[in-house]
Design a protein around this ligand. Structure first.
Ligand code: CUA
Length: 164
């Protein structure tokens, strides 16, 4: 029957059109949930630094860990072949840690598994990441950008101590 034809075509078209609308809408929703709900964002550019004068920069003159407010810790960290300075960070459970880091030589990475810390350390750029550590334990700090022969040895640790 000639009249059936247009409606069959219409259904086939719908079968393609609806998923192609639903897919991007679903992806946009997932993006909104991860960005605003889970706080997962692309690391932004937090400033430039002369990579030959890292040790003179106010942020990195004295690398280390400091409490900046109750429950808030700041880590000022440098990466160089093949170590993080400091390579041990000690905070009480329930702390939010703000990482400020840069590289003194070549491209390194700063990665803390299962926490929202996953940035590159680029010579000339200041990187920032922030994460909350609720569960006492030891967490690795890993360089996850290949940086030469001893790349696999470049690691540190975060020690989260139980509150007394
Ligand atoms: Cu530093 Cu790999």
């Amino acid at each position: 029957m000639a009249t059936d034809r247009p409606s069959t075509v219409y259904l086939w078209e719908l079968a393609w059109i609806l998923p192609s609308i639903a897919l991007p809408v679903g992806m946009l929703a997932a993006l909104a949930v991860t960005a605003f709900g889970a706080g997962i964002n692309v690391a932004g550019d937090r400033g430039r630094i002369d990579p030959t004068k890292v040790a003179e920069h106010a942020l990195f003159k004295e690398p280390g860990v400091a409490e900046i407010a109750p429950g808030q810790y700041e880590v000022r960290m440098t990466g160089q072949i093949w170590a993080f300075v400091p390579n041990e960070v000690r905070v009480p459970a329930g702390s939010t840690v703000h990482f400020w880091a840069t590289s003194k030589d070549l491209v390194h990475g700063l990665f803390v598994p299962r926490h929202n810390v996953n940035v590159m350390l680029l010579p000339g750029q200041i990187s920032h990441a922030q994460a909350r550590f609720d569960t006492p334990g030891e967490y690795p700090i890993i360089c996850h950008e290949y940086c030469g022969i001893a790349h696999h040895t470049m690691a540190g640790k975060i020690i989260v101590e139980a509150r007394r």
